[in-house]
Each structure stands twice: as structure tokens, then as C-alpha cells.
Design a protein around this ligand. Sequence first.
Ligand code: UDP
Length: 460
Amino acid sequence: MAATASSGESQRRRRVLMFPLPFQGHLNPMLQLAGALHACGGLDVTVFHAAFNAPDPAGHRFVPVGDGVPFGGLLPSGSDADFAGALLRMNERLRGPFRDSLRQVLDEDEGGASACLVVDSNLRGMQLVAEELGVPTLVLRTGSAACLVAYMAFPALCDKGLLPPPSQDQIQLDMPLNELPPLRLRDMVFSTTTTHATMARCLECLLESARCSSGVIINTLQDLESSELQKIANGLGVPIYAIGPLHKISSGTESSLLAQDRTCMEWLDKQETDSVLYVSFGSLASMDEKELLETAWGLANSQRPFLWVIRHNLVQSSEQASLPDGFEEATRGRGMVVSWAPQQDVLGHRAVGGFWTHNGWNSTLESICEGVPMICRPQFADQMINMRYVQEVWKIGFELEGELERGKIEGAVRRLLCEEEGREMRQRAKDFRNKAVNCMDEGGSSKTAIDLLLKRIMSF
Ligand code: UDP
């Protein structure tokens, strides 16, 4: 059914404008949301995108923004990159070009078909442009609700003198934060390369974007984060729409920036149920050559089947990661390496029994929705926060801490795939999977939130 204005003969089709952050973990949920609004509400979608990391338009109208803007050095890569600094620069550089593009789209708009702009919460600059041109905005948070609660607490922790941490003392960094259980002080240090001032500015913009919006859309579900969602609703004073898991409403597979190697699905078909460890660290996290070596031997020595994603830029300062001599023979028939996987399908395959992840929110949520427990190896940004919830709150995984070392990896793989403790984690993860299915049913929390969101959009 197409979404149209309810009154009058002129049944005009409504259009939603979107502006995702041009990184894989942000593009996926935004384009999944585009698919969901189209599928559930019949809305047309126009996606503005930066002139880099542009996904395949597939089905939606795409408007490039900032052609000719010098983005050299802007795109961060690797775990030690200053992502927060890059976000601030991106907002500065895209603002002017976006004003021109948005004006043009609005000029072409027949009868005010554009209802609103859904903007990534990191793009406050684009929201300001929309405000200037009289377009209402909704904000998409692609991270967990827990992460937003932590960000909301950031200014108070600074006022208390806890952030930035007064020293690098490990005992102090392990200090539990009473206002944010189960987080510790160290979980609030988002990156070692980002200055405190940059981080503070970045989070200020993010919170401003949420507070100044007509509503915040979050890719999570009530059954997973009900108390965090309540805190957000109380603290922000705007409507909150917990409509996740978005990838279950709309796959948005076209948003993959890298070609997915599907041959691994046939390989998985030949493996036993719950036997395979899937290993992937998302689109940005990285490791050094020694860590790659230890990971390779840890997986080999575990004697368990594995599917390992080695992205072209996974290893810092190396174009082509090379696996150690003897690794292939040691793992033949039992291990598969691909450069990019169809992750949602992999996690949904009956053969996958565990996921060694960096705990990006998409990966974490995709794992939960398939009932797959995790070995957690967070590196930066919100990954530590997600790990703490996986380990301490949902109890569906555990952290692999400290220096990466083959013996420790082997132990972790066995703990997850072969021991009773791992089986219990898998059972809890499967219980969450069922909740994730139910919340999408008629009357379920996410389905209800989508209906409310559609109503809100139609009211603009
Ligand atoms: N992904 C994928 N193939 C891979 C690895 C990851 O399609 O081999 C997808 C994954 O399904 C997820 C996204 O890339 O949707 C990564 O997002 P996440 O938030 O987990 O991490 P980020 O890349 O932002 O660090």
C-alpha cells in the first residue's frame, strides 16, 4: 500500500529523505530503514550520500553530495584512526554542498512530497541545513541504546573529573561507573588517538542532533534494552522509536561496499550443526602482522572448523595479508578464509556455533538475532560498551582480553564451542533470537514502533 496524504482527492505520495554516514556500519542500517519504510509504509526514499563510499543505488533515488570536495585524508582506516576528528571535518565539508543539493531536491518536489530528513546522529551539520530549509528531521542511531545512554552521561563524567581519565593506572581504569553499570571507566575511552576535546565536541553534536530532532530511531529492541530505552526517553524529551532489528525487516544487501564471497555458504552446508566459529572484525577494525599470526595459529590449534574474514585492509600497513607457512595444510578441509562474507546469512546458517567479533553494533545485533554466542575482541568507539553488555548483562559471550596469543585464542574457541559454559551462552542467545522474532510480529514492540514512526512521518 502506498503512503499517501489522507485528505483531499490529490493522493500525494510521500517521500523520505535520508543522509547516512558513509561507513559500512552506518550505511547498512540506514538503507535497511529505507527498505523498511518502503515495504511497511509504501514511502519513496531519496538517499543523499557523500561522494565517497557510495553504495549501489538499488531501488532508491540517490543524490551525490560533495562531488569535487577534497576528501583526501578524510576517510579514516584502521583501529587507531581518529574517527571522531574525521566526523567533525566531514560535517564541515559536506554542509555547503548538502545545502545546494537539498534546495534542488525541494525545488523539484511536487506539492511538498518530502516529509522529513532521516539523518545519521553523527551528521548534526546536515540536520542544521535541514532546519534552515524548514525540513523536519528524525535521527537514526545505528548503535545500541546502551551506547547512547553512555554518551548522554559523558558530560557529567567530565564534570566529575573522571573523564578524561586522570591517569593510565589500570586499577583506576577498571573502576566501575556506578551511574552506568556494567561499564567501567576504561569503556568510556573511545579511542587512544582522539583527543578529549574532539571526543567531547563530537558527542555534544551527537546529543544536540538527538535533542533537536522530531524523534530518535534506534536499531534495537525492547526485550534487549528496555531500561536503557527508558533512560533515553526520559533524558532526551523526544519520541524514541526502537524498531530493530532492522536487518530482519529489510536485508539492504545492496549496501555492502565490498563484494560478498558466497562460496562460503556451500562450505558451511558441509559442516556439522553449531560446529563452526565465524571470525570477522567488521569493516574498520584492524590488527598487526603478529596478531594475524597468533590468530591463524590459535584457530589452527583449536582443531575446530572456522570461517575467517580477512578484509583487504585488515592488517595495518600491509596491502596483502599473508598467512603463515604451514597454516593451509594444518587447516585444510576445516577452515575457510574469505575477503568479505554475506555475514547475516553466515550467522543464520545452522553450522555456525560461535562468532569471534569486534562487537560493532551491527555485528553484535546480527549475532543475537541468530542465537549465536560471541568471543568479544572490542577495539574502539562503542565496541567496548557492546562487549560489556554481551558479557555482563546478556551473558551470551566473553571478552578475549590482553595481548592476542595463540594459546589464549585456542582456549577461548574451545570454551565457546566445546564446553558447557559455551552451550549455556548459546541457549541464552537462542532465547534472545526468539524475542527478536516476536518483536516483529503484529503487536510486538518493534512492529508497533514502526507503525508509530510511519504515523509520525505522515504527520509532517
Ligand atoms: N559485514 C559483512 N561482511 C563481512 C563483515 C561484515 O557484510 O565479511 C557487515 C556486517 O553484517 C555488518 C557490517 O558489515 O552489518 C559491519 O558493521 P558493524 O557495526 O558490525 O561494524 P563496523 O564495520 O561499523 O566496525
